[in-house]
Design a protein around this ligand. Structure first.
Ligand SMILES: NC(=O)c1ccc[n+]([C@@H]2O[C@H](COP(=O)([O-])OP(=O)(O)OC[C@H]3O[C@@H](n4cnc5c(N)ncnc54)[C@H](O)[C@@H]3O)[C@@H](O)[C@H]2O)c1
Length: 715
């Protein structure tokens, strides 16, 4: 044994060739935590000082190669001063440089996922051989940063500037065929042949057939572009990437700037440029929010895993109602491998549901994501039916019939008699209380909410709503089914609107108030889109549908009359009364025309201004800040109330629910994180400024306490 640590071992395998093996003890994957870097440094020193070693193969003992840095260390690390971050990166880079400078040829055998620091490790060796099923990439921009272990330096020199920009600024995970074609790896093989291939490469180098030193020099030198080519490559891509990433996500463009800056430098100087750029990004609030988001997501996964342990097996399910939502649930379940019965009361519904599933599957086939025979298998695992024939075999039912309490009550009771005693019954209701729906059931313990979002195949969130009588088993089984469908479940307690709609409607309330006070709804949309929302509130209302919004609003007003009941007629009411339901009938706040690709295109409709005139108290221009405050305060305060009322268990659940459920700007981390970043005291002061607008703007007593005590929601 040449070196033996807790994350890395080095031993001689054959003919003077050493193998450095990553195998982080007590973990299912390898990651670059502090310990691993330290051990890599120690192992590299041992290798460097040996005079008998003739080559090095780098391997992993896990299924993946190295999944990246240990992100749990980022929060503390990034909190330190910028100089410390630069120094930290430079120190880590010494380790990678030592590997790159070893006095013999080096090859990485990439057996599985090699991402971020894991792929930067691969780049430090002379050659890379890769399993056909593995993936490589530098996804750091997704965390608001970019590679900091020499990745921007080595990759841009190895595969050229254009590809490097695509890989680094896009943060893509790249398949083996692409990696080979673009020059990021040297060979693609079956997994069990990797080490032999690596040894063979080393022997060829040592026999003088391959010039590994020349390859190495390529990575260590300047980028081979003349000034004109360089200018073209960097400037054009900067504009393109900036347009794609948007100004709220600076890292993709900063990565290009850094590569441009170090293009004319050799390795050690180039790495200094990278380290400085990295530290600058790591100190942004965007990075803090995106890292926080990643950690929150891990937290949700952990919770879901705990639930899954208690779950019943879900081998066959059923959905009641083959409409927009029922059809979506059937498609998603079948696609992810749980066969499903799809029951409706009329054949037309079923035909429509199946047609929608076929359309979505055909798209996957077109895109090469699925083979035609797989498409047939998926379709065959949706069993359309007009009766309860096979319901005795079903483990879980999702009720998705029309949003009418009487109909739902009847359907749920009827279904309860048709399924086994241990089957779990769930409802996809968006507004009706789970406790109310449970009232007439014989086994309310087996019942809970399973709230999907539209379109089901696209939206990641599922709210699992626990009623007073819901058992742990029912929650656990529903969580497990949501996971099996590829969704992120969040368990919430019952209340009108649950988490997501309870928070969304006060936001619409803020919008209605602004328009009433004379704000231009188009300007409000523009400001909120600039703030980071995928669509502004008027546009979102058009997508949700004015009838749905009005109905949900009434439920919310009844549930929380103190702050959500509004006696005045709003612009939303006016749209509804004029049959302007939004996208579903091509007219809402905006008009919708079909573009060349057959997609709805939003166009301005002057008619809207005339229609809402009676409910608007004179047009007025609002500053951006005021629009943001009046929109965001009600949303944030309702999120606080959900936490205080124990609708959600933890701040992370609330914030992730809003990001996954309604597209809350991810780079802002969520509503509670947004309050934290502003400072709870500053937020309370801001809300108090708008106190006249009504109770939607009144902070809770507990929040005032938090402000006084300097407390935060996170950390
Ligand atoms: N559309 C959305 O954006 C959305 C989002 C989340 C949740 N939801 C909820 O999902 C549920 C369904 O909404 P949708 O938009 O899919 O409605 P939809 O009108 O498109 O579909 C309802 C379907 O249920 C069928 N149906 C009616 N009574 C039935 C019965 N007794 N047995 C079987 N099928 C019956 C109808 O024939 C129809 O096909 C509602 O509770 C709604 O609140 C909707």
């Amino acid at each position: 044994m040449i070196y033996e640590g807790k994350a890395i071992t080095v031993k001689e395998i054959e003919g003077g060739i050493a193998q450095l093996n990553f195998d982080l003890q007590g973990e299912s994957v390898n990651k670059f935590n502090r310990l691993t870097i330290e051990e890599l440094g120690a192992a590299a020193d041992k290798l460097k000082s040996s005079d008998s070693i003739k080559g090095l193969v780098v391997t992993s003992a896990k299924d993946s190669f190295i999944v990246g840095a240990d992100i749990t260390e980022f929060t503390d690390l990034f909190a330190g001063p910028e100089e410390d971050l630069v120094a930290n990166n430079l120190k880590a880079n010494e380790v990678f440089n030592t590997i790159e400078d070893l006095p013999f040829p080096t090859v990485t055998a990439i057996n599985g996922m090699a991402l971020g620091g894991g792929f930067e490790m691969c780049l430090a060796t002379d050659y890379r051989v890769m399993d056909a099923k593995a993936k490589v990439g530098l996804p750091e921009v997704k965390l608001g940063i970019f590679p900091g272990f020499g990745g921007t330096v080595r990759l841009s020199r190895l595969i050229g500037v254009d590809y490097a920009i695509e890989w680094i600024s896009g943060g893509t995970e790249n398949r083996a065929d692409k990696a080979l074609k673009e020059g990021a790896v040297d060979a693609v093989l079956e997994g069990d042949k990797l080490v032999a291939a690596a040894v063979d490469l080393i022997e060829q180098c040592n026999a003088g057939k391959l010039d590994y030193k020349a390859r190495r020099e390529e990575k260590q030198g300047k980028i081979k572009l003349n000034p004109m080519e360089s200018m073209m490559a960097f400037e054009i891509s900067k504009a393109f990437v900036a347009g794609k990433a948007g100004k709220n996500y600076p890292a993709p463009v900063e990565a290009i700037k850094v590569m441009q800056k170090h293009a004319s430098l050799t390795r050690d100087k180039a790495i200094e440029v990278e380290a400085k750029g990295f530290a600058k990004m790591a100190k942004t609030n965007v990075a803090a929010c995106l890292v926080g988001l990643f950690l929150n997501d891990q937290e949700l996964k952990k919770k879901a895993k705990q639930w899954e342990k208690e779950a019943n097996d879900v081998k066959l399910t059923a959905v009641l109602g083959a409409g927009i939502m029922g059809g979506g649930v059937a498609y998603q379940s079948a696609l992810k491998g749980t066969p499903i019965l799809m029951k409706d009361i009329n054949q037309d519904g079923i035909t429509l549901g199946l047609k929608e599933a076929k359309k979505l599957l055909a798209k996957r086939v077109d895109k090469g994501k699925m083979k035609p025979d797989q498409m047939a298998d998926v379709l065959n695992s949706i069993t359309p039916t007009l009766n309860y024939g096979d319901f005795k075999n079903v483990d879980l039912v999702v009720e998705a019939v029309v949003e009418n309490p009487k109909v739902k009550d009847a359907v749920l009771r009827e279904t309860e008699d048709m399924v086994r005693e241990d089957a779990i019954l769930t409802s996809n209701t968006s507004t009706i209380s789970i406790n109310t729906l449970a009232k007439n059931l014989k086994r309310p313990e087996n019942f809970c909410g399973m709230h999907f979002f539209n379109p089901v195949h696209m939206m990641p969130l599922v709210e699992v709503i626990r009623g007073e009588k819901t058992s742990d088993k029912a929650v656990a089984t529903t969580v497990a089914y949501a996971k099996a469908m590829g969704k992120t479940p969040i368990v919430v307690n019952d209340c009108p609107g649950f988490l997501v709609n309870r928070v969304l409607f006060p936001y619409f309330g803020g919008f209605a108030g602004l328009v009433r006070d004379g704000a231009d709804f188009q300007k409000v949309d523009k400001v909120m889109e600039k703030f980071g929302w995928p669509m502004g509130p008027a546009y979102l209302l058009d997508v949700v549908g004015m009838d749905t919004a009005k109905h949900a609003n009434e439920v919310m007003a009844e549930g929380f009359p103190d702050r959500m009941k509004d006696e005045n007629k709003s612009a939303i009411d006016v749209m509804f009364e004029n049959d302007r339901y939004g996208q579903k009938n091509d007219k809402g706040f905006y008009k919708y025309e079909t573009d060349k690709k057959g997609k709805p295109k939003k166009v301005v409709d002057e008619e809207t201004y005339k229609l809402i005139e009676p409910v608007v108290q004179g047009r007025k221009d609002f500053e951006e800040d005021e629009i943001i405050a009046r929109m965001m305060i009600p949303l944030c305060l309702e999120t606080v109330r959900c936490l205080e009322d124990n609708i959600v268990e933890a701040p992370a659940d609330a914030d992730m629910g809003l990001i996954y459920g309604i597209g809350f700007p991810p780079f802002r981390g969520g509503a509670l994180r947004y309050i934290d970043d502003m400072g709870v005291d500053t937020f309370v002061e801001l809300a108090d400024k708008y106190a006249d607008l009504g109770p939607l703007y009144h902070p809770t007593e507990k929040l005032r306490e938090m402000a006084k005590n300097g407390e935060k929601f996170f950390g």
